[in-house]
Design a protein around this ligand. Structure first.
Ligand SMILES: CC(C)(COP(=O)(O)OP(=O)(O)OC[C@H]1O[C@@H](n2cnc3c(N)ncnc32)[C@H](O)[C@@H]1OP(=O)(O)O)[C@@H](O)C(=O)NCCC(=O)NCCS
Length: 172
């Protein structure tokens, strides 16, 4: 069964291939450095019962973030200060061998659950994401993210929507 665990040095980072050189490079070369410096936290999906329990099926990384509210769609930015505290889903990817099996959706829901937990302790207005292309943006739109005014590849999920989603997912 697949489990989500913190990235560590035993994980087979060089083997990971999601089809995107930028997202491969992040997990292979950058994620552990960023983790050591406290810049982001990366969680990896592994199958602990498989012959290769250190193989990475997918991953995501989260980081604290500050955003300009003027970038939000009109209906969402009313009465907000100019800058808002948020969390950035810096990267999310699934290895090509495991795509279209529900892992990407599960990773996103787990990332949202962690944002909801964080928001119960620290002010968080929502979750931002940088989609690498139009196809990735459609993946996030599928889960309710809305595009920012300045860039359709930057998307946002308000904290209220995120918490409602997490609560309804937990009760279903
Ligand atoms: C995009 C990506 C993360 C999706 O992961 P996946 O495991 O293949 O997706 P899932 O099988 O979990 O799909 C979950 C849901 O999203 C939908 N979906 C998947 N990709 C989609 C897309 N590009 N556009 C719209 N919906 C999409 C699926 O139909 C599914 O819907 P359902 O739950 O209603 O059945 C994966 O294909 C990937 O890593 N691609 C390369 C890297 C990338 O683009 N990362 C995005 C961050 S920039």
């Amino acid at each position: 069964m697949a489990e989500l665990v913190p990235l560590d040095k035993l994980h087979e980072r060089d083997r990971f291939d999601c089809g995107s050189p930028e997202l491969n490079s992040f997990i292979r070369s950058t994620a552990r450095q960023h983790q050591d410096k406290g810049l982001s936290r990366t969680s990896v999906l592994v199958n602990l019962e498989a012959d290769d329990p250190h193989r990475i099926l997918g991953y995501f990384s989260l980081t604290a973030y500050q955003a300009a509210s003027e970038d939000l769609p009109d209906s969402l930015r009313r009465k907000l200060p100019r800058t808002i505290p948020a969390i950035l889903l810096g990267r999310l990817a699934v290895d090509q061998a495991f795509q279209s099996q529900g892992y990407g959706g599960s990773l996103l829901v787990e990332a949202m659950r962690r944002v909801a937990q964080t928001a119960s302790l620290v002010g968080v207005a929502g979750l931002f994401v940088d989609a690498k292309d139009e196809r990735a943006a459609q993946f996030y739109s599928h889960f309710g993210f809305v595009a920012l005014r300045s860039n359709p590849l930057k998307l946002y999920l308000p904290i209220g929507t995120l918490i409602s989603f997490v609560e309804s997912d937990a009760s279903s």
